[in-house]
Design a protein around this ligand. Structure first.
Ligand SMILES: Nc1ncnc2c1ncn2[C@@H]1O[C@H](COP(=O)(O)OP(=O)(O)OP(=O)(O)O)[C@@H](O)[C@H]1O
Length: 599
């Protein structure tokens, strides 16, 4: 219930007065419907089936008096005319209310989408290290859609609720005793049906978790489809998939069972109630024909609404877990927020004069574990020079450059830019000055041109080709039938690993960064293309700060400074030739290993 209330509050906060206009429309619709029902009485009176000259129902007797001196046919025409007018009015209100409802629903969802997406983009890297991407995708697609359906349900629920209130008002006006009895029954029924709502919430949560693992698994499997096919892992994946979809099927059937059981209970209870109620009206309260008929008409309309409310509550209950998960995601991203909307205004890239430094830096991925990914790091990265970071796998090289890019924050010590500590205030301008090429570079499922221009939207054709030439990518792009306009598929799947790396390098250069970070960025290149890239990077030396992580030590021969890491610590720093001479050092050891392999 708490989440339902919060949900209501959020819709209210978002839509404000439009929600009230929507409510007023609903009230009018109910009002017109109720008046329409009242008209049935003089109509029935005119047919002579019942005597409706009752004095006990003031409004009706007043209507009767009104039609007293008027000929029967004219009365019929007037009554039917009023009825048609009322229904026309109601239809117009209903139409406008539906449009308004859709505006509230769609607007609220757009708002929720924007809020969540912005929050996600502005969250820090630590947030993404903890979260599974498929869970985020599930929330941003399926679950947000559920919440949207929830808003519609909620509006329907409100409209039913208001309608009921009106009908109850009219019923009270007609007979206090009988209405009280019906209401008492209704309340008892709704009280006992709380367990249906609770169960519905439970199944809703189950369904949420199932769809989360479904999407998670499917995403993993299709990301790794090459592995699956080449290692013939199809069977083991089917073994995971089949029980899961069976469980999903059971879950859906369970939800339908629950909803239909509650509807069945309500139907049985309502037939008992109506029988009991008619009996009471006739035997105990000696209700008049017109009064009894009117109450029966009202309650035959009212009761389905009460059962409808129950159904809405159950369906809303099933949606609450989706809404709660979305809110949790929003809150988590809010806690992990490193950037704000205002940060994007007038950001200029940082110009580094002296360099980047780490002072006594230690870092752990999990604060409650003992293992440090980095310990006591002290290093200077001079500006406009090339620094190579080497070390065995898991030594902490990527973690260190993540610190320099402000993706991770040190637990102890500080990262400085020109001796000024790196804080959240500089993050965006620092990142604007960096071009980063990861081990597994990301390309969009778009054309080569689109992939390049995402970095530099105003780049001219000539500028794009220059960058491609620089990255030794121009030849292969020229050979493609559509050149720059070739679609490269999901993550650039239609290109070879080396072509992807060269394209990403061209993209990185387009930005004219003052810091270029290459994390194993040439690992997929053949020696010929690697040599070309080496030469290109060589030409960049002196114009920007270059940080390279490399396993192939032959590629860093020309680095100004080599940093050797092991087990989260920096164990050697110096020029390539100097370190190569330190025979007992880790660098010589690594160099020796590589010479053995290549020799
Ligand atoms: N997201 C993470 N959560 C927990 N531990 C991590 C995470 N990423 C890296 N580590 C750990 O931190 C240590 C340093 O990892 P890092 O990726 O920086 O090494 P690396 O030198 O770049 O390795 P490689 O050359 O294999 O890429 C490793 O022990 C690794 O297991």
């Amino acid at each position: 219930m708490k989440h339902l209330l919060y949900f209501t509050k959020r819709i209210h906060n978002y839509s404000g007065k439009i929600l009230y206009i929507n409510l007023i429309c609903m009230i009018f619709i109910s009002l017109l419907e109720s008046v329409g029902i009242f008209l049935l009485i003089p109509l029935v009176g005119l047919t002579g089936i019942l005597d409706v000259t009752t004095k006990e129902i003031p409004f009706i007797s007043w209507i009767n008096e009104l039609f007293q001196g008027i000929p029967e046919t004219l009365s019929l025409i007037i009554i039917l005319g009023i009825y048609v007018l009322l229904m026309m009015g109601q239809s117009i209100f209903k139409r406008n209310q539906s449009v308004l409802g859709a505006k509230i629903q769609q607007g609220f969802i757009r708002h929720l989408r924007e809020e969540t997406y912005r929050g996600l983009l502005q969250s820090n890297w630590g947030f993404y290290l903890k979260k599974r991407k498929s869970d985020i995708i599930n929330l941003m697609t399926k679950e947000i859609f559920n919440v949207s359906a929830g808003v519609q349900l909620f509006l329907k629920f409100l409209s039913s609720f208001i309608f009921i209130l009106f009908q109850i008002g009219v019923a009270f006006y007609l007979s206090v005793n009988m209405t009280s009895i019906i209401l008492l029954f209704g309340m008892i029924l709704i009280f006992f049906s709380r367990k249906f709502v609770k169960r519905s919430m439970f199944y809703g949560k189950e369904s949420f978790l199932l769809s989360q693992s479904y999407l998670g698994g499917i995403t993993d499997h299709f990301n790794g489809i090459k592995d699956i096919k080449s290692n013939s892992l199809e069977e083991s994946h089917l073994n995971w998939f089949l029980p899961l979809i069976k469980e999903m099927e059971h879950n859906s059937v369970k939800i339908t069972k629950l909803n239909s059981t509650s509807q069945m209970v309500f139907k049985v209870a309502s037939s008992l109630l109506i029988a009991f109620f008619v009996f009471l009206s006739i035997q105990t309260f000696k209700a008049e024909g017109a009064q009894l008929m009117l109450i029966l008409v009202i309650f035959s309309r009212l009761w389905p609404m009460i059962t409808g409310i129950q159904a809405y509550l159950e369906q809303l209950g099933a949606i609450v877990p989706s809404f709660k998960a979305l809110l949790d995601l929003q809150n988590e991203s809010l806690e992990a927020r490193e950037l704000f909307n205002r940060d994007y205004q007038d950001v200029t890239p940082i110009e580094i004069k002296h360099g980047l430094s780490c002072r006594d830096v230690s870092f752990r991925y999990h604060p409650n574990e003992n293992t440090y990914a980095l310990q006591n790091i002290n290093i200077d990265i001079p500006s406009n020079k090339m620094t190579a970071i080497v070390g065995r796998s898991g030594a902490g090289k990527s973690t260190l450059i993540d610190l320099f890019m402000g993706l991770n924050q040190p637990e102890q010590g500080e990262v400085t830019i020109d001796d000024v500590p790196l804080t959240k205030d500089h993050l965006l301008s620092l990142r604007k000055s960096i071009s980063y090429i990861p081990q597994d570079p990301f390309l969009f499922n778009a054309t080569i041109r689109d992939n390049l221009m995402i970095i530099e939207p105003n780049a001219s054709e000539e500028y794009l080709w220059d960058a491609l030439e620089f990255a030794a990518a121009a030849d292969f792009v020229r050979k493609l039938p559509l050149g720059l306009d070739t679609l490269i598929g999901d993550r650039g799947i239609r290109l070879s690993g080396g072509e992807r790396q060269r394209l990403v390098l061209a993209r990185a250069i387009l930005r004219k960064p003052s810091i270029l970070v290459l994390d194993e960025a040439t690992s997929a290149l053949d020696t010929e293309n690697e040599a070309k890239i080496q030469a290109a990077i060589e030409r960049l030396k002196g114009t920007m700060t270059i940080i390279v992580i490399a396993h192939r030590l032959s590629t860093i021969r020309n680095a100004d400074q080599v940093v050797v890491m092991d087990q989260g610590e920096i164990i050697q720093v110096g020029a390539y030739n100097q370190l190569a001479k330190e025979k007992r050092g880790m660098f010589s050891h690594l160099l020796g290993n590589q010479m053995e392999v290549s020799g």
